[in-house]
Ligand binder design. Structure first.
Ligand code: VAH
Length: 314
């Protein structure tokens, strides 16, 4: 049985559905701090910083695999950096310890392109660039990657990880990240409301469409153990674009879409991150290949959000 922690989040919402389809509803336990309305499947309220509560769920369902997706993200994390560090590390270390003591087959831990900062090249950023992040979230993810490697080498725990770019999806909302604008902008476009962008129009960041992100996760977890050569975390890339580029893509459908740029504190975070990502290790080791480009993302986002908001086609 598989446990998903942080199942109500941007990735968790979609990942639980994909896992249910793949392995059957009865084999997936979704968990989060709060219940999910209308969730069809097994759900447990769980705070992963509580090690006893976590172990109880693991024992109750004979969990053999954990996807630990719960974390405080980059922008929110800066409001209280030490709290972010505390929560992100405590939850991860609990997952690793409970996994080690209960013979877990595999653990998935999401990392991020926010692990890069000072001293890393911002173009075509490689897997092994220096990791000197400038957010508490980034620092917790670098530490998390190293703990994953440690549990793998010391205890043989099969921990696998991806460094996600900003994730763009229609099923769930992002929460507290620096890349969130790239989701929100599509909602405004479809509702034909003007959009205020919290990043400067020229800030290029690596992004990935949700379907690609989920497929990458499942492919990584399905890969034979020997082919996983990177035990910290794999760079993966989808596409890179700036707010201005996504706006011009949206304007092909909504020519009158209005946007103004009011960069805030999140601009400082974004300007330290890579613009483009080199993911050759993921490609080589387990055959990663993204499928969604700008046009495809725009079309699917607009189509699906129109459906969701019940917007009648023009
Ligand atoms: C954030 N969406 O903005 C996350 C992500 C690539 C960034 O880790 O914090």
């Amino acid at each position: 049985t598989i446990l998903v922690i942080g199942a109500n989040g941007q990735l968790g919402t979609v990942l639980t559905q994909s896992l249910q389809l793949k392995y059957g509803k009865e084999n997936i336990v979704a968990s989060d701090l709060r219940p999910r309305e209308n969730y069809d499947g097994i759900f447990e309220i769980l705070d992963a910083t509580d090690v006893r509560a976590l172990e109880k769920v693991v024992l109750k369902y004979h969990i053999g695999e954990i996807y630990h997706l719960a974390a405080i993200l980059s922008a929110n994390g800066e409001k209280d950096p030490l709290h972010t560090w505390g929560v992100n590390m405590k939850a991860l270390l609990n997952v690793l310890e409970v996994s080690r003591h209960n013979g877990m087959d595999k653990v998935f831990f999401p990392s991020t392109i926010a692990v890069f900062g000072e001293g890393a090249s911002q173009e075509n950023t490689c897997n092994n660039e220096p990791l000197h992040p400038l957010t508490s979230y980034g620092i917790s993810k670098v530490a998390g990657e190293n703990w994953g490697l440690y549990y793998f080498s010391k205890y043989g725990l099969d921990v696998r990880s991806l460094r996600y770019p900003g994730v763009i999806g229609y099923q769930s909302n992002a929460g507290g990240g620096t890349t969130d604008y790239a989701v929100e902008i599509f909602h405004s476009a479809v509702l034909e409301k003007p959009f205020t962008c919290f990043l400067d129009g020229k800030t290029t960041l690596p992004m990935i469409f949700i379907d690609d992100a989920i497929r990458a996760t499942l492919e990584l977890m399905d890969a034979p153990k020997e082919s996983i050569k990177v035990r910290t975390s794999y760079n993966i890339s989808g596409i890179s674009f700036s707010p201005e580029e996504v706006v011009s893509s949206i304007r092909k459908i909504y020519p009158n879409f209005e946007v103004n740029y009011v960069p805030d504190h999140r601009q400082d975070i974004a300007s330290k991150w890579p613009k483009t990502i080199n993911d050759k290790e993921a490609k080589q080791d387990w055959g990663w290949r993204p499928e969604y480009d700008m046009e495809k993302i725009t079309n699917v986002m607009v189509y699906k959000l129109k459906e969701r908001y019940n917007v009648v086609s023009k």
